[in-house]
Design a protein around this ligand. Structure first.
Ligand code: GUN
Ligand code: ZN
Length: 432
């Protein structure tokens, strides 16, 4: 129930400033104790706690809030690393056939188990995730997360056109399924429902209107979708919705752009779109490994920062190539480098923790090591292997260490993942 974790505690008290390696908002407490009681963080102190506390001594290791992956697809572990296609071909060739199998409850349950276990084994303790169009796949994902006490935001995928047999729903049945799922899962334990429009091309205007009405009826519901990821997709949306000012505007007109909207990709937006997302209090879920792998385009983080629009980080597996938020941060740096911009470790780490939590209106629960937050915490080695160890030993400043960590680390560095104070993943050979 009650334990103390010793290590180098890293989290954020505020948003870092773009490009600044000595930024306010960064909180580093070297060799401190994190106190956990009843599933929550109850304190942080430099001195060893008294004998009433069980002790986990991870001195010399990095202790951080669990990562928040704001856009990832549960059924797409089956298609990760599929060769040779851009978005629309990739969906038709690999992804839709794979997702069609999740109408089978046993397949959905097995896929959901594999998925949440894999998240935890990569240091991700909270996610905003897509299942498939099948109600059973959403049920399976809610259930797998609930059994582990995880924070999970998900909802049955809406797609009633331009999709193969076995993946299309219809407005009436989809609405019934959403209402039933919301009633049974939204706000239960650490679960929340997201009205989940796959993307504008696979929903009729009638289905978008239904999704907007669901959102309007309960402002505590999230909304997740894809927007402006790929040039051919953007052109297709222009043809399907000629009345809309932009791709984003299709969602805005349907009442789907609001405080709890999570918009994956946002590669091909203009300043008007960025301002609309900011004014709505919504967020962009930047998915660098996916944007590179599918050859989609380069996300303009600096423009989002300048517009004061919230940016979180996402793996977007299986368009993305790794469930690791650390690998995701490293690729995000490279995407910005292509535009002559420099993403600091602080901006990346903040986006993957407190920044995402704030954008999701969950910062009272997750994203930092503040007393009162749930104890969703990961313990990491600063280095895995001799190359990283020797590079780390040469690092002079805290940012240099954090940046080398973000660039070189992966799931091998993760030693333990706690969810609500319960150990849910421990590396093989790691002593309890
Ligand atoms: N757009 C519509 N569906 C998808 C999907 O499954 N993955 C990605 N990356 N983009 C999409
Ligand atoms: Zn996606």
């Amino acid at each position: 129930m009650k334990f103390a974790l010793r290590g180098d505690l890293l989290d954020f008290t505020g948003a870092p400033v773009w490009g600044e390696v000595d930024s306010p908002g960064v909180r580093f407490r070297s060799d401190h104790w994190l106190l956990v009681d009843g599933g929550r963080i109850t304190g942080v102190q430099a001195d060893e706690p008294d004998a009433t506390w069980a002790k986990h001594d991870h001195r010399g290791r990095l202790v951080m809030p669990g990562f928040i992956d704001t856009h990832v697809h549960m059924p797409q572990l089956d298609v990760i690393a599929s060769f040779g296609a851009e978005l629309l071909d990739w969906l038709n060739t690999y992804t839709f056939p794979a997702e069609a199998r999740f109408g089978d409850p046993a397949r959905a349950a097995a896929g959901a188990e594999l998925f949440v276990e894999a998240l935890l084994a990569h240091g991700t303790t909270a996610a905003v995730a897509f299942p498939t169009t099948h109600k059973v796949s959403a049920e399976a994902l809610f259930m797998a997360a609930q059994q582990r006490g995880m924070r999970m935001v998900t909802g049955k995928v809406l797609q009633d056109r331009n999709s193969p047999d076995g993946l299309r729903d219809d407005v009436v049945q989809a609405e019934r399924d959403c209402i039933d799922l919301i009633g049974r899962w939204h706000g239960v334990d650490r679960l929340a429902y997201a009205v989940t429009v796959r993307f504008a091309p696979t929903s009729t205007p009638e289905q978008l209107a239904m999704a907007g009405a669901l959102s309007a009826a309960d402002e505590s519901l999230y909304m997740q979708t894809h927007v402006a990821e790929n040039r051919a997709e953007v052109q297709w949306v222009r043809e399907l919705f000629p009345e809309a000012r932009s791709y984003l505007d299709v969602y805005a007109r349907a009442g789907l752009l609001h405080r709890r909207s999570v918009l994956a990709h946002c590669v091909f937006l203009d300043d008007t779109d960025r301002a609309a997302i900011r004014d709505a209090g919504a967020q962009m879920a930047h998915s660098p490994t996916s944007n590179l792998f599918l050859g989609s385009g380069l996300f303009d983080w600096r423009a989002a920062d300048t517009a004061r629009t919230a940016v979180s980080l996402a793996t977007d597996v299986g368009g993305g190539t790794s469930l690791s938020m650390v690998r995701t941060m490293a690729e995000a740096y490279k995407v910005q480098a292509m535009a002559g911009q420099r993403l600091t470790a602080w901006c990346a780490l903040h986006a993957a923790t407190r920044g995402a939590a704030h954008a999701l209106a969950l910062d009272g629960e997750i994203g930092s090591l503040e007393p009162g937050r749930m104890a969703d915490v990961c313990v990491w080695d600063w280095a895995a292997g001799p190359v990283a160890a020797s590079r780390m030993a040469l690092a002079q400043t805290l940012h240099e260490r954090a940046f080398a960590w973000m660039t070189l680390a992966d799931d091998r560095n993760l030693t333990e993942t706690f969810v609500a104070g319960v150990s849910r993943y421990r590396r093989a050979n790691e002593r309890p």
